[in-house]
Write a protein that binds this ligand. Structure first.
Ligand code: LLP
Length: 467
């Protein structure tokens, strides 16, 4: 039986194209909507070609949530799914995720707390994390009953102080630095012994003493976030074991009802772009671009949320709540960035495909060295490939989306491409560098229906704040 991109068995061809990302009739569809048609509709709506543009699939978002909820189902009320807003904080996506079953929002700034509140999460369903919290942010969190992750001695002192002033006893988790190598890109590793995050085991007792002073704070559990784009399940087992030891220590320090283990986020996504099935050859089409993980190794398999929960569950003590707070694995595969070819040039034999998207929209290849597959919306029907650099229009040599990748050639001027896996850490890390407007964002809701969820920026938007 055929399977669509989001992994569901499709009994009929129309089911196969209705959900997620698939090629049908030689052109890429999102939740049943042809992206060529979407481009035309957007051109009509705005009177010009709105490009680049992020496009998100509601069905993929919903399905990603379902996979976590199914994985946590054996724990019933003791399995809780939180969404790390930083991966993509567009409120329209947050709404879809919440309606699909996300129970909490993990935030890293006062403004993210405000966004979570306005998206309908009550304070009790918000987590506030950070290694450098400002006073107004802590005050906001305490007043709203947000669960705070305490990251250090100075953080603990500030929380205790604010709790005293405000007269509210906040619930907190202690963020542990477990000194684990999560085997990911160095910028994405947050639990190494010398990372800036969390409290190491030597300082734990002292931080617990700070938190205990005056009885102003309730320590309800422990938090560990080891890193991002993780593919090694044993890392989660190590995290869980360290969390259980810490939970005992917290209980022995007087908070004997502490019963939450927050294992953070971090799970990577399978790097499997949809493939155009337009070739008659017995060979599969050449991969548009080989995909590698941030560690630079070719990915063969990425664990699923189900596999993650399965390995940690045997270590979870009776009666303890397991909280997971993924970002990437809920949203990355739900989004692409549509872009178009502005021109092709050759310098010293090196071919450059210049597109209208840049590191202002997708900074990850330049920043972490990761590769995002690039796909034609309507691929040519031959298999000739050329090695090219796909670059943006910025005045930076580091402005590339892909280097030395294989692309079917020749990309014609105006040809539409998508940057795959752009739902996480792309729009949320975007900038206005070179006075470029932010890309619009579009949510496809069902076959043929879409909603613009981020309007185009104009010149006036970009200069408004200058005095
Ligand atoms: N919880 C905490 C405390 C975090 O710091 C993070 C992400 C998450 C949860 C969610 O992690 P995820 O499931 O998305 O891996 N800009 C980088 C990713 C940085 C992630 C930082 N922390 C990128 O583009 O890959």
């Amino acid at each position: 039986m055929a399977k669509n991109f989001v992994g569901e068995a499709a009994s009929r061809e129309e089911d196969e194209v209705r959900y997620g990302w698939v090629y049908k009739g030689g052109t890429l569809h999102c939740d049943g909507m042809a992206l060529e048609r979407l481009r035309q509709d957007l051109r009509q709506e705005f009177g010009y070609l709105a490009s680049p543009a992020f496009v998100y699939s509601s069905a993929t978002l919903t399905n990603n949530v379902r996979r976590y909820r199914d994985a946590l189902a054996p724990l019933e009320a003791r399995g809780v799914l939180s969404y790390a807003l930083k991966a993509n904080s567009n409120p329209a996506l947050v709404k879809v995720l919440r309606e699909a079953g996300v129970q909490m929002a993990t935030t890293v700034s006062g403004n993210e707390i405000l966004l979570a509140l306005s998206a309908g999460f009550p304070g009790r369903q918000i987590i506030f994390n950070g290694n450098g919290k400002r006073r107004w942010e802590v005050e906001l969190a305490v007043r709203r009953g947000v669960l705070l992750n305490v990251d250090s001695g100075f953080d603990a002192r500030q929380v205790v102080e604010v709790a005293g002033e405000v007269g509210i006893r906040p619930r907190v988790l202690v963020r542990l630095n477990p000194a684990i190598n999560p085997q990911t890109h160095p910028y994405l590793a947050t639990a190494l012994a010398d990372s800036k995050f969390g409290v190491d085991s030597d300082q734990l007792e002292q931080v617990l003493r700070e938190l205990g002073s005056g009885g102003r704070v309730a320590v309800v559990g422990v938090h560990i976030h080891a890193g991002s784009a993780l593919t090694h399940l044993p890392v989660y087992v190590e995290m869980m074991q360290a969390a259980v030891r810490t939970l005992h220590q917290i209980r022995e320090s007087g908070w004997d009802e502490a019963s939450i283990i927050n294992l953070g986020g971090g799970l990577d996504v399978p790097h499997t772009p949809p493939s155009p099935k337009i070739f008659n050859s017995t060979q599969p089409p050449s991969s548009p671009l080989a995909t590698t993980s941030p560690t630079g190794t070719m990915e063969t398999s990425t664990p699923t949320p189900g596999e993650l929960v399965q390995v940690v569950l045997p270590h979870l003590p009776e009666g303890v709540t397991l909280l997971l707070e993924p970002g990437r694995s809920l949203v990355a595969t739900a989004g692409v960035l549509m872009t178009q070819v502005l021109g092709v040039k050759v310098n010293a034999g090196r071919k450059f495909v210049v597109v209208d998207a840049a590191i202002t929209e997708v900074i990850r290849p330049a920043f972490y060295g990761v590769q995002h597959p690039l796909l034609y919306i309507s691929p040519p029907s031959h298999q000739d490939v050329a090695e090219v650099d796909v670059v943006g229009p910025l005045s930076e040599n580091g402005d590339f989306l892909a280097r030395r990748c294989l692309l079917q050639r020749p990309p014609a001027v105006g040809a539409a491409l998508v940057v795959w896996e752009a739902g996480a850490y792309c729009a949320s890390m975007a900038s206005n560098y070179n006075l470029r407007p932010r890309a619009i964002e579009v949510l496809v809701q069902d076959a043929g229906s879409f909603k613009v969820i981020r309007r185009p920026q104009e010149f006036a938007d970009l200069v408004r704040d200058y005095l």
